[in-house]
Design a protein around this ligand. Structure first.
Ligand code: FBP
Length: 346
Protein backbone atom coordinates (compact mmCIF):
# COMPACT_ATOMS: atom_id res chain seq x y z
CA UNK A 1 0.00 0.00 0.00
CA UNK A 2 1.75 3.27 -1.08
CA UNK A 3 1.46 6.10 1.40
CA UNK A 4 -0.04 9.30 0.00
CA UNK A 5 2.85 11.14 -1.71
CA UNK A 6 3.60 14.32 0.24
CA UNK A 7 2.10 17.56 -1.15
CA UNK A 8 5.09 18.92 -3.11
CA UNK A 9 4.12 22.42 -2.09
CA UNK A 10 4.88 21.45 1.52
CA UNK A 11 8.16 19.70 0.81
CA UNK A 12 10.72 21.96 2.46
CA UNK A 13 13.85 20.00 3.25
CA UNK A 14 16.52 21.22 5.66
CA UNK A 15 18.77 22.05 2.71
CA UNK A 16 16.08 24.13 0.97
CA UNK A 17 15.28 25.88 4.25
CA UNK A 18 18.86 26.79 5.04
CA UNK A 19 19.56 27.85 1.48
CA UNK A 20 16.63 30.26 1.76
CA UNK A 21 18.04 31.49 5.08
CA UNK A 22 21.46 31.90 3.48
CA UNK A 23 20.06 34.38 1.00
CA UNK A 24 20.01 36.94 3.83
CA UNK A 25 23.69 36.07 4.46
CA UNK A 26 25.51 36.76 1.17
CA UNK A 27 28.84 35.99 2.88
CA UNK A 28 27.67 32.45 3.72
CA UNK A 29 29.70 29.68 2.06
CA UNK A 30 27.29 26.77 2.56
CA UNK A 31 29.59 25.03 5.05
CA UNK A 32 27.07 25.46 7.87
CA UNK A 33 24.37 24.04 5.59
CA UNK A 34 26.54 20.97 5.11
CA UNK A 35 27.25 20.62 8.84
CA UNK A 36 23.50 20.69 9.54
CA UNK A 37 22.97 18.14 6.81
CA UNK A 38 25.64 15.92 8.41
CA UNK A 39 23.79 16.19 11.73
CA UNK A 40 20.51 15.35 10.02
CA UNK A 41 22.19 12.19 8.73
CA UNK A 42 23.31 11.41 12.30
CA UNK A 43 19.66 11.73 13.31
CA UNK A 44 18.51 9.34 10.62
CA UNK A 45 21.13 6.74 11.55
CA UNK A 46 20.41 6.92 15.29
CA UNK A 47 16.65 6.93 14.67
CA UNK A 48 17.02 3.79 12.54
CA UNK A 49 18.41 2.15 15.69
CA UNK A 50 16.12 3.63 18.34
CA UNK A 51 12.96 2.81 16.39
CA UNK A 52 14.04 -0.85 16.42
CA UNK A 53 14.90 -0.72 20.15
CA UNK A 54 15.24 -4.25 21.57
CA UNK A 55 15.44 -5.71 18.07
CA UNK A 56 18.64 -3.81 17.41
CA UNK A 57 20.68 -5.08 20.37
CA UNK A 58 21.18 -1.43 21.41
CA UNK A 59 19.49 -1.54 24.78
CA UNK A 60 21.32 -1.93 28.08
CA UNK A 61 24.64 -0.90 29.58
CA UNK A 62 28.18 -1.40 28.34
CA UNK A 63 29.40 -1.93 31.93
CA UNK A 64 31.71 1.09 31.64
CA UNK A 65 31.52 4.45 33.45
CA UNK A 66 32.06 7.76 31.59
CA UNK A 67 33.87 10.99 32.51
CA UNK A 68 30.66 12.12 34.28
CA UNK A 69 30.79 9.10 36.57
CA UNK A 70 27.65 7.73 34.88
CA UNK A 71 26.93 4.24 33.61
CA UNK A 72 27.53 4.20 29.82
CA UNK A 73 24.65 2.80 27.75
CA UNK A 74 25.29 0.93 24.49
CA UNK A 75 23.34 3.62 22.63
CA UNK A 76 25.52 6.35 24.21
CA UNK A 77 28.57 4.73 22.57
CA UNK A 78 26.86 4.15 19.23
CA UNK A 79 25.53 7.71 19.07
CA UNK A 80 28.88 9.19 20.16
CA UNK A 81 30.78 7.23 17.52
CA UNK A 82 28.16 8.09 14.88
CA UNK A 83 28.41 11.86 15.42
CA UNK A 84 32.21 11.74 15.36
CA UNK A 85 32.54 9.43 12.34
CA UNK A 86 30.04 11.35 10.23
CA UNK A 87 31.86 14.60 10.91
CA UNK A 88 35.60 13.78 11.20
CA UNK A 89 36.45 13.75 7.47
CA UNK A 90 34.36 16.58 6.00
CA UNK A 91 36.97 19.32 6.20
CA UNK A 92 34.34 21.49 7.89
CA UNK A 93 35.36 21.02 11.53
CA UNK A 94 38.58 21.87 13.39
CA UNK A 95 37.74 19.99 16.61
CA UNK A 96 34.86 18.30 18.46
CA UNK A 97 33.91 17.70 22.10
CA UNK A 98 31.43 15.17 23.45
CA UNK A 99 29.72 14.39 26.76
CA UNK A 100 31.12 10.86 26.43
CA UNK A 101 34.77 11.86 25.88
CA UNK A 102 37.07 13.25 28.58
CA UNK A 103 39.10 15.53 26.32
CA UNK A 104 38.64 17.33 23.01
CA UNK A 105 38.40 15.13 19.91
CA UNK A 106 40.81 16.14 17.20
CA UNK A 107 40.22 15.65 13.49
CA UNK A 108 42.26 12.66 12.20
CA UNK A 109 45.53 13.89 10.67
CA UNK A 110 44.66 12.57 7.21
CA UNK A 111 41.83 15.11 6.97
CA UNK A 112 42.26 18.89 6.85
CA UNK A 113 40.73 20.77 9.78
CA UNK A 114 37.92 23.21 8.95
CA UNK A 115 36.73 26.50 10.42
CA UNK A 116 33.97 25.30 12.73
CA UNK A 117 33.76 23.55 16.14
CA UNK A 118 31.11 20.95 17.10
CA UNK A 119 30.24 20.17 20.73
CA UNK A 120 27.52 17.64 21.46
CA UNK A 121 25.64 15.40 23.88
CA UNK A 122 25.27 12.28 21.72
CA UNK A 123 22.45 10.77 23.73
CA UNK A 124 20.42 12.88 26.16
CA UNK A 125 18.09 11.04 28.53
CA UNK A 126 20.26 7.94 28.81
CA UNK A 127 18.32 6.75 31.86
CA UNK A 128 15.26 6.33 29.63
CA UNK A 129 16.84 4.38 26.76
CA UNK A 130 15.67 0.94 27.91
CA UNK A 131 12.08 2.09 28.59
CA UNK A 132 11.09 3.33 25.13
CA UNK A 133 10.82 6.92 26.38
CA UNK A 134 11.83 9.85 24.13
CA UNK A 135 15.57 10.58 24.09
CA UNK A 136 17.68 12.97 22.04
CA UNK A 137 20.97 14.36 20.74
CA UNK A 138 22.00 17.98 21.47
CA UNK A 139 24.50 19.82 19.23
CA UNK A 140 26.14 23.25 19.08
CA UNK A 141 28.43 24.81 16.46
CA UNK A 142 30.93 27.64 16.96
CA UNK A 143 33.41 29.34 14.64
CA UNK A 144 36.94 28.35 15.61
CA UNK A 145 39.00 31.04 17.42
CA UNK A 146 42.42 29.61 16.56
CA UNK A 147 43.60 30.44 13.04
CA UNK A 148 44.79 27.19 11.51
CA UNK A 149 45.91 23.64 12.23
CA UNK A 150 44.18 21.31 14.68
CA UNK A 151 41.52 22.98 16.83
CA UNK A 152 42.14 23.57 20.52
CA UNK A 153 40.39 23.35 23.90
CA UNK A 154 40.04 27.12 23.72
CA UNK A 155 38.06 26.76 20.49
CA UNK A 156 35.55 24.65 22.42
CA UNK A 157 35.33 26.79 25.57
CA UNK A 158 33.21 29.59 24.11
CA UNK A 159 30.18 31.39 25.57
CA UNK A 160 26.83 30.16 24.21
CA UNK A 161 26.18 33.78 23.18
CA UNK A 162 28.73 33.18 20.39
CA UNK A 163 27.03 30.10 18.95
CA UNK A 164 26.38 30.06 15.18
CA UNK A 165 24.07 27.04 15.25
CA UNK A 166 22.34 25.19 18.10
CA UNK A 167 19.89 22.32 17.84
CA UNK A 168 18.69 18.96 18.96
CA UNK A 169 17.33 15.73 17.57
CA UNK A 170 14.49 14.05 19.41
CA UNK A 171 13.79 10.34 18.98
CA UNK A 172 10.20 9.99 20.09
CA UNK A 173 6.84 9.15 18.54
CA UNK A 174 8.38 10.80 15.50
CA UNK A 175 11.97 11.86 14.93
CA UNK A 176 12.49 15.60 14.81
CA UNK A 177 15.39 17.97 14.25
CA UNK A 178 15.00 21.45 15.76
CA UNK A 179 17.64 24.10 15.12
CA UNK A 180 18.42 27.80 15.03
CA UNK A 181 21.19 29.65 13.26
CA UNK A 182 20.19 32.87 14.93
CA UNK A 183 17.23 33.47 12.61
CA UNK A 184 14.40 31.88 14.52
CA UNK A 185 13.81 28.29 15.61
CA UNK A 186 12.61 25.74 13.07
CA UNK A 187 11.47 22.13 13.46
CA UNK A 188 11.72 19.35 10.89
CA UNK A 189 10.08 15.93 11.11
CA UNK A 190 11.68 12.84 9.57
CA UNK A 191 9.37 11.36 6.94
CA UNK A 192 10.43 7.71 6.92
CA UNK A 193 8.67 7.17 3.58
CA UNK A 194 11.09 9.55 1.83
CA UNK A 195 13.93 9.45 4.39
CA UNK A 196 14.02 13.22 4.62
CA UNK A 197 13.54 15.76 7.40
CA UNK A 198 10.74 18.07 6.19
CA UNK A 199 9.79 21.43 7.68
CA UNK A 200 6.80 21.05 10.03
CA UNK A 201 7.37 23.77 12.64
CA UNK A 202 8.51 27.07 11.13
CA UNK A 203 9.52 29.97 13.37
CA UNK A 204 8.66 28.37 16.71
CA UNK A 205 7.75 30.91 19.39
CA UNK A 206 7.07 29.82 22.96
CA UNK A 207 3.48 30.75 23.89
CA UNK A 208 3.25 33.63 26.38
CA UNK A 209 1.00 31.58 28.70
CA UNK A 210 2.99 28.82 30.44
CA UNK A 211 1.26 25.44 30.58
CA UNK A 212 3.64 23.17 32.54
CA UNK A 213 6.51 23.09 34.96
CA UNK A 214 9.11 20.32 34.69
CA UNK A 215 11.47 19.35 37.49
CA UNK A 216 12.39 16.16 39.35
CA UNK A 217 10.25 17.03 42.37
CA UNK A 218 11.56 13.93 44.12
CA UNK A 219 14.65 15.98 45.02
CA UNK A 220 12.76 18.90 46.63
CA UNK A 221 14.23 18.10 50.06
CA UNK A 222 17.74 18.77 48.73
CA UNK A 223 17.01 22.14 47.11
CA UNK A 224 17.78 25.62 48.42
CA UNK A 225 15.00 27.59 50.11
CA UNK A 226 14.72 29.91 47.10
CA UNK A 227 14.12 26.99 44.72
CA UNK A 228 11.62 25.34 47.07
CA UNK A 229 9.65 28.58 47.43
CA UNK A 230 9.76 29.11 43.65
CA UNK A 231 8.29 25.61 43.19
CA UNK A 232 5.51 26.39 45.68
CA UNK A 233 4.81 29.56 43.67
CA UNK A 234 4.47 27.45 40.47
CA UNK A 235 2.11 25.12 42.33
CA UNK A 236 -0.05 28.08 43.34
CA UNK A 237 0.59 27.33 47.03
CA UNK A 238 1.04 31.01 47.66
CA UNK A 239 -2.54 31.36 46.28
CA UNK A 240 -1.33 34.32 44.22
CA UNK A 241 -1.44 32.23 41.06
CA UNK A 242 -3.35 29.19 39.75
CA UNK A 243 -0.87 26.29 39.98
CA UNK A 244 0.71 24.75 36.88
CA UNK A 245 0.54 20.99 36.23
CA UNK A 246 3.84 19.10 36.63
CA UNK A 247 5.19 17.18 33.62
CA UNK A 248 8.60 15.45 33.89
CA UNK A 249 9.88 12.86 31.40
CA UNK A 250 13.45 12.71 32.68
CA UNK A 251 14.91 13.34 29.21
CA UNK A 252 15.76 17.03 29.15
CA UNK A 253 15.42 17.30 25.34
CA UNK A 254 11.87 15.93 25.52
CA UNK A 255 10.85 18.10 28.51
CA UNK A 256 12.41 21.17 26.86
CA UNK A 257 10.74 20.44 23.50
CA UNK A 258 7.28 20.07 25.03
CA UNK A 259 7.63 23.31 26.96
CA UNK A 260 9.07 25.12 23.92
CA UNK A 261 5.86 24.33 21.99
CA UNK A 262 3.29 24.46 24.83
CA UNK A 263 4.86 27.05 27.15
CA UNK A 264 6.43 26.25 30.49
CA UNK A 265 9.63 25.99 32.46
CA UNK A 266 12.15 23.16 32.88
CA UNK A 267 14.62 23.39 35.72
CA UNK A 268 17.35 21.24 37.23
CA UNK A 269 18.64 23.20 40.22
CA UNK A 270 21.75 22.57 42.25
CA UNK A 271 21.05 20.08 45.03
CA UNK A 272 22.78 18.55 48.03
CA UNK A 273 21.63 14.99 47.25
CA UNK A 274 24.59 14.06 45.07
CA UNK A 275 28.01 15.69 45.64
CA UNK A 276 28.38 15.79 41.83
CA UNK A 277 25.36 18.08 41.50
CA UNK A 278 26.07 20.87 44.02
CA UNK A 279 26.60 23.04 40.91
CA UNK A 280 23.64 21.48 39.07
CA UNK A 281 23.58 18.38 36.85
CA UNK A 282 23.33 19.81 33.36
CA UNK A 283 26.53 20.42 31.40
CA UNK A 284 27.00 24.05 30.34
CA UNK A 285 28.75 23.48 26.99
CA UNK A 286 26.60 20.87 25.24
CA UNK A 287 23.31 20.83 27.19
CA UNK A 288 22.41 24.14 28.91
CA UNK A 289 24.21 26.44 26.41
CA UNK A 290 22.64 25.25 23.13
CA UNK A 291 19.14 24.93 24.67
CA UNK A 292 19.38 28.44 26.18
CA UNK A 293 20.37 29.78 22.73
CA UNK A 294 17.31 28.08 21.21
CA UNK A 295 15.02 29.23 24.05
CA UNK A 296 16.07 32.87 23.53
CA UNK A 297 15.49 32.62 19.77
CA UNK A 298 11.95 31.39 20.55
CA UNK A 299 11.23 34.28 22.93
CA UNK A 300 12.21 32.40 26.11
CA UNK A 301 15.22 32.57 28.43
CA UNK A 302 17.81 30.29 30.04
CA UNK A 303 19.45 31.11 33.42
CA UNK A 304 21.59 29.46 36.07
CA UNK A 305 19.33 31.11 38.62
CA UNK A 306 21.43 34.23 38.76
CA UNK A 307 22.46 35.13 35.21
CA UNK A 308 21.88 34.27 31.56
CA UNK A 309 23.41 30.94 30.58
CA UNK A 310 24.50 32.60 27.32
CA UNK A 311 26.87 34.94 29.17
CA UNK A 312 28.69 32.30 31.26
CA UNK A 313 32.31 31.78 30.14
CA UNK A 314 33.00 28.00 30.19
CA UNK A 315 36.25 27.06 31.97
CA UNK A 316 36.13 23.28 31.46
CA UNK A 317 34.54 20.92 28.94
CA UNK A 318 32.24 19.11 31.36
CA UNK A 319 31.41 21.88 33.84
CA UNK A 320 27.90 21.68 35.25
CA UNK A 321 25.42 24.46 35.91
CA UNK A 322 22.03 24.87 37.56
CA UNK A 323 19.48 25.41 34.76
CA UNK A 324 16.14 27.24 34.63
CA UNK A 325 14.83 27.47 31.06
CA UNK A 326 11.57 28.32 29.30
CA UNK A 327 9.08 31.20 29.50
CA UNK A 328 11.09 34.32 30.41
CA UNK A 329 8.70 35.65 33.14
CA UNK A 330 8.90 32.30 34.98
CA UNK A 331 12.69 32.01 34.71
CA UNK A 332 13.04 35.60 35.95
CA UNK A 333 10.71 34.67 38.83
CA UNK A 334 13.07 31.84 39.75
CA UNK A 335 15.97 34.34 39.74
CA UNK A 336 13.92 36.60 41.99
CA UNK A 337 13.26 33.85 44.58
CA UNK A 338 16.92 32.78 44.51
CA UNK A 339 18.09 36.37 44.96
CA UNK A 340 15.62 36.87 47.83
CA UNK A 341 16.13 33.62 49.76
CA UNK A 342 19.50 32.18 48.82
CA UNK A 343 21.90 35.00 48.18
CA UNK A 344 21.18 36.84 51.46
CA UNK A 345 22.23 33.89 53.64
CA UNK A 346 25.76 33.51 52.14
P1 FBP B 1 22.31 12.62 30.02
O1 FBP B 1 21.32 11.56 29.83
O2 FBP B 1 22.85 13.20 28.77
O3 FBP B 1 23.38 12.26 30.98
O4 FBP B 1 21.49 13.89 30.60
C1 FBP B 1 21.08 14.14 31.74
C2 FBP B 1 19.61 13.76 31.99
O5 FBP B 1 19.33 12.47 31.60
C3 FBP B 1 18.62 14.74 31.36
O6 FBP B 1 18.23 14.41 30.08
C4 FBP B 1 17.43 14.63 32.31
O7 FBP B 1 16.64 15.79 32.34
C5 FBP B 1 18.11 14.39 33.65
O8 FBP B 1 19.42 13.91 33.38
C6 FBP B 1 17.38 13.40 34.49
O9 FBP B 1 18.00 13.40 35.74
P2 FBP B 1 17.24 12.80 37.02
O10 FBP B 1 17.08 11.33 36.75
O11 FBP B 1 18.17 13.11 38.15
O12 FBP B 1 15.95 13.52 37.14
Amino acid sequence: MFSQPPDHEKIITIERHILSEQQSHPEATGVLTSILYDLALVGKVIASQTTRGGLAEILGRTGNTNVQGEQVMKLDVLADRMVYRLNDHTGRLAVMASEEQEGIMNIPEEYSPGKYVLVYDPLDGSSNIDYNVSIGTIFAVYRRKSHSGPGTLDDCLQKARDLVVAGYLIYGASTMLVYTSGMGVHGFTLDPSVGEFLLTHSNIHTPQQAKYYSVNQGYEYYWSEGVRRFTHFLQGRDSLTKGLPLRYIGSMVADFHRNLLAGGIFYYPADTKDPRYTQGKMRLLYEAGPLAFIAEQAGGYGSNGMQSILEIQPTSLHQRTPLFIGNRPLVEKAEEFIRQYDLVRE
